[in-house]
Design a protein around this ligand. Structure first.
Ligand SMILES: Nc1ncnc2c1ncn2[C@@H]1O[C@H](COP(=O)(O)OP(=O)(O)OP(=O)(O)O)[C@@H](O)[C@H]1O
Length: 256
């Protein structure tokens, strides 16, 4: 599903992201990518093809190795993300993450010293948008309201994932970015969670970007798929770079 051609929330050209360990380097290249209000985009690709690397870079959790352009139209004005990383403008990036993005990390990323409810409320506090009723509703819809007073340590993997999703939606961000948000959930709950992510972002005119392996959900919720391709060079004995190319979104005209 794609937006209506309005100004992009995120606009990227010539982005490169890299990960490196002792003997090999992984490189993701993104010639261009745009995310507009109302877009619902799924990043697909085999394990190790760079979905998390892409998601983390878009969420400004990882610095790009290079970018000709990386702009985010945040609620309080456009932000040159490439420039902010280059100039180490961390306060600007922190404000952008807090106000523009809702981010569901693959690992959940909950704060162990806060209760479930306070973990969810944290995103509202950081964005300056307190709304306790909305937290209650998210808790009910995600089936985690009975856990609000618990510490995250008492939660199962699937419960933690739902708390992370509530936290990413609580401050009503204009872009929700989720790395395998249904990976720990059984089929029934996965459908509820994906439905809530889609409905909440659609109602708010926000964009939704998910990395997932779940093709059935991609189809059911009419995501526009973009694919990461693996050129197979990653394990070359000389440690050759892997070149992975994210084609520009091929979702124009996808089902609404
Ligand atoms: N900390 C790291 N240091 C070096 N290389 C890494 C690191 N983490 C991941 N990589 C490599 O980067 C590549 C991309 O990993 P990434 O986690 O982005 O892929 P993915 O598509 O999200 O995989 P999965 O579906 O298994 O979560 C992989 O080839 C991986 O080996």
């Amino acid at each position: 599903m794609t937006g209506d051609g309005t100004t992009p929330l995120i606009a990227i050209e010539g982005l490169r992201a890299e990960r490196q360990d002792a003997d090999r380097r992984f490189r993701l290249t993104v010639p261009n990518f745009q995310l507009r209000p109302g877009d619902r985009v799924a990043v697909l690709g085999p394990s190790g093809s760079g979905k998390s690397t892409f998601i983390e870079t878009i969420a400004c959790a990882r610095a790009p190795a290079a970018a000709q352009a990386f702009l985010v139209n945040a609620p309080d004005g456009a932000v040159d993300v490439a420039g902010a990383w280059a100039d180490r403008r961390e306060p600007l990036l922190t404000r952008l993450r807090a106000r523009a993005f809702g981010y569901v990390q693959q690992t959940g990323g909950l704060l162990e010293f806060l209760s479930v409810r306070d973990n969810i409320a944290l995103s509202q506090r950081l964005a300056g948008r307190a709304d306790p009723d909305w937290i209650d509703r998210l808790g009910r819809e995600l089936g985690i309201d009975a856990l609000f007073r618990s510490p995250p340590a008492r939660l199962s993997g699937g419960q933690r994932q739902r708390v992370a999703i509530a936290r990413a939606l609580a401050h009503r961000p204009s872009v929700v970015i989720a790395d395998e948000p249904t990976a720990s959930l059984d089929r029934g709950i996965a459908r509820v969670v994906m439905g809530l992510l889609c409905r909440t972002t659609a109602e708010a005119g926000a964009a939704l970007l998910v990395a997932t392996h779940d093709l059935a959900l991609v189809e059911e919720f009419a995501f526009a798929p973009i694919g990461l391709t693996d050129d197979g060079s990653r394990d070359a004995p000389d440690g050759a770079l892997q070149a992975v190319t994210l084609s520009s979104p091929s979702h124009k005209g996808a089902a609404a």
